[in-house]
Every structure is written in structure tokens, then in C-alpha cells.
Design a protein around this ligand. Structure first.
Ligand code: NAG
Ligand code: NAG
Ligand code: NAG
Ligand code: NAG
Ligand code: NAG
Ligand code: NAG
Length: 417
């Protein structure tokens, strides 16, 4: 996309007219939304992903788990929207992990799917909403980057590109210079795709490290119309950090078709992958035969997931039914649905994340279609409770920040040490 002076001026004028606020904030690349809440134990972050300028929105997490939107910081890159056949619906990037914080590295990274770049920020340990960009955004190693994963130490970052040039590509995280490409990590996924990606069917979804850090895993959705199964692409990571030239393909068990988000099943060398075809896939990475597909009876499109250390259960969100589904996976890798929690019809629940505050876990659910975040306290297994609905549109408008139902994406959190 070309940005002419007139289009920039027009955009600034629109922002001014829409908000009635001075346009100097937009020039500074930082917009204030609320003063500090006073009881911050950490921060939560998501992306505006707007095609004319992407921002990270940062909120205080209070000691009660509740959020206060604080500020929006420019990524100096552009958002995008995949080609969903003209619907222009929520979940623009068909992905999980478009923004990720690393507690170990005290850094945050965000994709700019419209400019094929990744932005890196340092997290201020006293006020973690106070992000500072490090260096310039760097090329993502492909087109339409949609997902990111930090290694455990937070000194390496891998990106998943889902466009015409589709790949995984990794970077060294340098807290003063920024991101630098790691040699031997730019690996093609060999998909026949376009930029922006066409989807959700046939698009890339999520990238994660295996629990032992020895593999990088990307998920790719299949296509129900051609009955082509999606798969996980696993790359071995060498001691020098480079990736195997080729990936191994791991298919879900019979009935699985569209592996979307991946959440590691701890201690099991296995992955829970949401699968909008059915519910979720349990994928045994050991090459054994413990993979299975578990149906969620009244699901529509179960695509995002996270794990609660407190309850020991997984929490899955469905963009079609706007429900959270709590899932248990036992020691034998048998999965069952524990309970469902309605989040309001039409809110289109997408990305979610869980933060541990003291002895409590909180689930944050992005609901782009109503420009809100739902906060749930995970009190005990089978006992989650909605405790807050955070409006995004009001504070964004007051700050002169553009947000829209079709673009909002990603969710990640950071808890102070
Ligand atoms: C990664 O590979 C793609 C081709 O697949 C190429 O266009 C791109 O320049 C490479 N990037 C880096 C950083 O090597
Ligand atoms: C790639 O996809 C396009 C559009 O679906 C199709 O026309 C083309 O034949 C495909 N190319 C290959 C090599 O499969
Ligand atoms: C598959 O599972 C059966 C029992 O359910 C077991 O007997 C068999 O050895 C397993 N095969 C592999 C390759 O793990
Ligand atoms: C879906 O099914 C579960 C039980 O399997 C039930 O608790 C829940 O209320 C149902 N939701 C809807 C929207 O029908
Ligand atoms: C797990 O499998 C073992 C052996 O098949 C069985 O004895 C045990 O009861 C199973 N545990 C659960 C929780 O299903
Ligand atoms: C989003 O909201 C509109 C009405 O504002 C509704 O027609 C549409 O179905 C909703 N989308 C989803 C995915 O819930």
C-alpha cells in the first residue's frame, strides 16, 4: 500500500474530526487513555491491527484481575485483513499469537501483517503499559506475518508468515538493537497462498515452541470444501538455533481438519489444538497413537485456547457461538468438556490469555464485535465467573485511536516479578 501525503493528511483529518482531539498524539505515536489505576500488578495487550497504522493497546491488570485501558503505542507498521471472501469479519489474521509478551525477556513483540514486519518493545517493569519501541520494525522473513513465539529465555523470537511467501523465520532478541535474523531459520511452508492470505480455510494459524524447546511447531488449517486435512509442521531446532531444512507433517486424528491455536499439554509431549471443524484435537507429538479428536457438541468455530495452572484446565473460545468452553485433559490424554460459559451472543469471542495473579487465575477474552474484553475469574475447575466487561470503543474514541470490530486481534499479558 502506498501512502501519499494527501492520504496521510486525509487520515489525520478524519481522526481529528472523529475525536475532536488534537492530532499531535497520533504524531507522537502514543495516545493516553486513562491515568494509572494505582493497583497494577501487570499489563494486558492487544492490537488495533488497522491498515493505516497498527497500535498496541496496553491495560493495567489490577490485583483483582480487572483491566484499565491505559495507552496505545504505535508499532510503526500497518495492520491487515485476510481475504475471507468479502465478509470482512472479525479475526482479521486467522490466527492466535499476533502479539506476545515475554516475562523472562521483559519484551513484547507484535506483527504488522500489512507491512510484513515485526516490532519489538521493551516492557517497563514498574509500569508495564509503558512500552518503548526498540529499533525499527524488521522484515518478518515472509509476507502476512500473523503469529509469534518467544523461547523460554525470551532471547529468541520466531514468526509465522501466512502470505504468498509463507514461512517460519526466527530472530535474536537484542534489548538495545532490536531484532536480528537468525541464520538457518528462514524456512518455507510450501503453501499455495496469497498476500493477504485467503482463509480461514487453508491459512496458517499459530506458532509455538515445544515444551522442551527442541522443536518449533506451526499449525496450518485444512479445507473442508476439498476435504484436505490441515496439519502441524514441526521443525527440529539445532544447538546453534538453526531449524531443520524440512518440516515433519503431523496430522490430527480422523475427524480433525482445521488445527488452529496450539496449547502445550505440559509433561505429555502433546498439543491441544482447537479445531473449528469439531471442537479440539489432542495431538501426540511422540509419534505414539494417543491423538484424538474431541467434539464440542454445539460449537460453531472453536479457534483459540489457553491453559490455567490453577484449575489445570484449558479454556477455548468460539467466534461463532461466543462461548468459552472449559476442557480437561487427563493423564492418558483423554479430553472432556467440563463446562461452557456464554459471553454474549454476537460478541465473536476470539484471542484469549490467562494471567496468574497471586493465587488466582484470570481469563481475558477479546470480543471484537462488541469492541470489548471479557474478564473471567477462574475460581476452581468448572467454576469460572465473569467479573468485568471492558469497553474498548469509548476510551479509544476519546483518545483519537481508530479501532474496529473487523481488525482487533491478539491478546497477551505480563505480570510483574
Ligand atoms: C526468507 O526467505 C524468503 C523466501 O522464502 C525471502 O524472500 C526472504 O528475503 C528471506 N528472509 C531472510 C531474512 O532471509
Ligand atoms: C494455487 O491456488 C490457485 C488458486 O486456488 C490455483 O489456481 C493454482 O492452480 C494453485 N497452484 C498450485 C501449484 O497448486
Ligand atoms: C497403540 O495403542 C495400543 C493400545 O491402545 C497399543 O497396544 C499399541 O502398542 C499402540 N501403538 C503404538 C505405535 O504406540
Ligand atoms: C452447549 O452444550 C452444553 C452441554 O454440552 C450446554 O451446557 C450449553 O448450554 C450448550 N450451549 C448452547 C448455546 O446450546
Ligand atoms: C489411564 O489408562 C490406564 C491404563 O490403560 C488405566 O488403568 C487408567 O485407569 C486410565 N486413567 C484414566 C484417568 O482414565
Ligand atoms: C457481529 O455483529 C453483527 C451485528 O452488529 C452481526 O450481524 C454479526 O453476526 C456479528 N458477527 C459475529 C461473528 O458474531
Amino acid at each position: 500500500m502506498k501512502l501519499s501525503i494527501t492520504s496521510i493528511l486525509a487520515a489525520l483529518l478524519l481522526a481529528f474530526v472523529a475525536s475532536g482531539k488534537p492530532i499531535t498524539n497520533a504524531k507522537k505515536g502514543r495516545m493516553r487513555m486513562n491515568p494509572p489505576s494505582g493497583s497494577s500488578v501487570g499489563s494486558a495487550y492487544f492490537l488495533t491491527n488497522e491498515p493505516d497504522g497498527n497500535f498496541v493497546v496496553a491495560a493495567d491488570i489490577g490485583s483483582d484481575g480487572k483491566l484499565t485501558l491505559r495507552q496505545a503505542i504505535s508499532t510503526r507498521g500497518l495492520g491487515s485483513h485476510g481475504n475471507d471472501g468479502g465478509a470482512n469479519g472479525p479475526d482479521a489474521l486467522f490466527s492466535q499469537g499476533s502479539v506476545k509478551a515475554s516475562a523472562a525477556g521483559q519484551v513484547l513483540a507484535a506483527v504488522n501483517a500489512g507491512s510484513n514486519t515485526i516490532s519489538l518493545f521493551s516492557i517497563d517493569s514498574t509500569d508495564p503499559t509503558n512500552l518503548q519501541i526498540i529499533g525499527d520494525p524488521v522484515g518478518s522473513g515472509g509476507e502476512f506475518p500473523v503469529s509469534l513465539a518467544f523461547n523460554k529465555a525470551g532471547d529468541s523470537l520466531c514468526a509465522l508468515n501466512g502470505g504468498e511467501v509463507n514461512s517460519v523465520s526466527c530472530f535474536k532478541v537484542d534489548k538495545t538493537k532490536g531484532l536480528a535474523p537468525l541464520s538457518g531459520t528462514n524456512r518455507s511452508l510450501k503453501l499455495n497462498q496469497t498476500t493477504p492470505a485467503a482463509g480461514p480455510a487453508g491459512s496458517v494459524s499459530h506458532v509455538v515452541f515445544s515444551e522442551d524447546g527442541k522443536q518449533l511447531i506451526a499449525s496450518i488449517k485444512g479445507d473442508p470444501t476439498t476435504k484436505t486435512s490441515g496439519f502441524l509442521a514441526t521443525f527440529d531446532i539445532s544447538a546453534d538455533g538453526s531449524l531443520s531444512q524440512d518440516f515433519q507433517t503431523i496430522f490430527p486424528a480422523q475427524g480433525g481438519l482445521l488445527p488452529f491455536s496450539m496449547t502445550v499439554i505440559e509433561g505429555k509431549n502433546a498439543i491441544l489444538a482447537t479445531d473449528p471443524a469439531m471442537g479440539f484435537d489432542i495431538i501426540d507429538l511422540s509419534g505414539g497413537n494417543k491423538s484424538s479428536v474431541v467434539a464440542i457438541n454445539n460449537q460453531s468455530a472453536t479457534c483459540w485456547s489457553s491453559f490455567s495452572p490453577k484449575t489445570g484446565n484449558f479454556y477455548l473460545t468460539d467466534i461463532g457461538t461466543s462461548q468459552v468452553t472449559e476442557v480437561n485433559i487427563d493423564n492418558n490424554l483423554t479430553g472432556t468438556v467440563v463446562k461452557q460459559y456464554a459471553q454474549g451472543s454476537g460478541s465473536a469471542t476470539i484471542d484469549n490469555d490467562i494471567a496468574t495473579v497471586g493465587n488466582n487465575d484470570f481469563l481475558y477474552v477479546l470480543s471484537p464485535n462488541v469492541t470489548a474484553i471479557n474478564v473471567l475469574a477462574l475460581n476452581a475447575p468448572g467454576n469460572a465467573q465473569n467479573i468485568q466487561k471492558v469497553d474498548i470503543a469509548g476510551p479509544a474514541k476519546a483518545a483519537g485511536l481508530t479501532v474496529s470490530a473487523s481488525q482487533l486481534q491478539g491478546f497477551t499479558s505480563f505480570i510483574k516479578k
